[in-house]
Ligand binder design. Structure first.
Ligand code: FES
Length: 505
């Protein structure tokens, strides 16, 4: 079984060098996922000079770990948006997603991109009586907003359900094959790409300058932070305005004729289902779900097990070929933040908070950011997604509750001391939190039986990280930073590694 995503296993990318010197450019994009690459592609077509920096390898982050649905059906959302933002803005949100889908479809057709693009109907279903009325409310919201869709008695896929809401003519694809084309075109158009180049912060002196870990500088007219969580905060307080959620996916070959459709349930535990063919030969079923807040005390290995159990029970799939996990951020009003990082700074642009709908939200972000840089006034969605908005009551309520939870975690971590565990009894590939010389220490035993001991205090704002038994990482419950078992940062907002501890004496 492979611990990589089905898309990454199926696609290879050229490698690019590490940045070795300081540079100047018109636009510097940090983060080579869907948003970064699409933005680079669109700007390069207009002759803009772009430098694209990636801390790891191209597309190694969230985009490589998606289920790649291109849909405006983002779970149950429209009734809530009408309630919190009003009909006009809810309608605009839907239009933005539909236009994004059309944009992707248009690019694929025009450029003949071979990326398994298929139109599919999308379904949100429930087996929980408590969600029946919510689906009915969502159907009414569709009607109010003029969204095509209906409650249906039968779904093409034979799984138990009590009620389902269909949104026809949505789509799915192979995201990395699609982006491979965009990347190649952007390179042909002259963009420069640097991998393994970590952006640590910025200097600001009329123009933004990105500072890298190796102490090189990229000075630009516009900086685009397309890093999932913005790598700079710039007084935007993004860590206080978003919460992080993890989800898991397993994929196994189907042993039946897949009837089509993309499915997601409304309740918990979450389940998301679609099929994908690799090399136009084998068809795999992708089953995602088991969402939970990042870093909360949870048995992550059990999350994978539960998805495997679902694959076996519902589809008689015993053999899981791939499993992977992903993390995404949710904003205070559930809509992404796209645009200038703060109201007064138009030269630093961010895109974040996709709520696991990264194909549409990421592409939308690339288009808004491109239009902003090109000073094209035609993009009607700039205001709706502006990161400076703070208008609805739920935003204030969620702001208070997110930050109350963070404060609780911070205190809990300081006073809730773990029992001292005998490190000698750790199994291979097992991690634990224990006490060593009166201090809290995280210890992992690797496959060579070597112990890795770390200070569990997150280097972002000091919460205590938890051990993730599914992915073998240290995850922070406060703002979603993740660390490799040896303490290296895998995902921010933290920028510094966890401190290593010696267990020698
Ligand atoms: Fe903010 Fe850890 S991510 S304290």
């Amino acid at each position: 079984m492979s611990f990589t995503s089905i898309w990454q296993a199926d696609t290879t990318f050229s490698t690019f060098p590490k940045l070795q010197e300081s540079k100047k450019t018109e636009v510097c994009i940090v983060g080579a996922g869907l948003t970064g690459i699409t933005t680079a592609y669109l700007l390069s077509k207009k002759g803009i000079k772009v430098i694209l920096l990636e801390s790891d390898r191209i597309l190694s982050g969230v985009t490589g770990h998606t289920t790649a649905k291109i849909t405006a059906q983002h779970g149950i959302i429209y009734a809530e948006l009408i309630e919190t933002l009003g009909e006009e803005k809810a309608k605009q949100y839907y239009q933005a997603m539909q236009e994004t889908k059309q944009f992707i479809q248009h690019e694929i057709k025009k450029n003949n991109i071979s990326c398994n693009y298929e139109e599919q109907d999308a379904f949100v279903y429930t087996n929980d009586d408590a969600y029946m009325s919510q689906l009915e409310k969502e159907r009414q919201a569709y009607k109010t907003l003029g969204i095509a869709g209906e409650l249906i008695e039968q779904m093409p896929l034979q799984i138990p359900f009590k009620q389902a809401l269909k949104m026809p003519n949505q789509a799915q694809f192979h995201p990395l094959k699609y982006l491979q084309f965009m990347l190649q075109e952007a390179v042909k158009n002259g963009i420069e790409i640097y991998e393994e180049t970590v952006a640590m912060g910025i200097e600001y002196n009329r123009r933004p300058t990105v500072l890298t870990k190796d102490e090189h500088r990229v000075t630009c007219d516009y900086l685009v932070a397309a890093t999932h969580f913005p790598f700079i905060d710039h007084q935007g307080l993004y860590f206080a305005k978003m919460s992080a959620e993890r989800s898991y996916v397993v994929a196994g070959k189907t042993n039946f004729e897949y009837p089509g459709g993309m499915y997601i349930n409304a309740e918990n535990p979450s389940r998301s289902i679609r099929a994908a063919s690799l090399n136009n030969e084998d068809t795999y079923l992708l089953i995602g779900g088991e969402n939970h807040r990042s870093g909360e005390e949870k048995d992550e290995a059990l999350c994978y097990q539960n998805l495997r159990g679902f694959a076996k029970e519902q589809f008689q799939i015993d053999d899981i070929s791939y499993q992977w996990s992903a993390q995404d951020y949710i904003t205070l009003d559930k809509m992404p933040y796209i645009g200038p990082i703060t109201g007064g700074d138009p030269s630093i642009l961010i895109a974040t908070g996709y709520r696991k709908w990264g194909m549409t939200n990421g592409t939308l972000a690339a288009r808004i950011i491109t239009d902003t840089i090109l000073k094209a006034d035609k993009n009607p969605y700039k205001e709706l997604f502006s990161p400076s908005r703070f208008s609805s009551k739920p935003m204030l309520k969620n702001f208070i509750s997110y930050n109350a939870r963070v404060a609780k975690e911070l205190l809990k971590g300081k006073f809730d001391f773990p029992e001292a565990k005998d490190i000698d009894k750790l199994e291979i590939d097992e991690g634990t939190i224990t006490t060593f010389k009166g201090a809290r220490v995280g210890v992992y035993k690797d496959k060579e039986e070597q112990l890795h001991a770390l200070d569990t205090t997150c280097t972002h704002l000091g919460c205590e990280v938890h051990w993730n038994s599914g992915d073998k990482t240290w995850d922070c419950p406060c703002h979603g930073s993740r660390f490799h078992y040896d303490g290296e940062v895998m995902a921010g907002p933290a920028k510094k590694s966890l401190r290593k501890i010696s267990l020698d004496d």
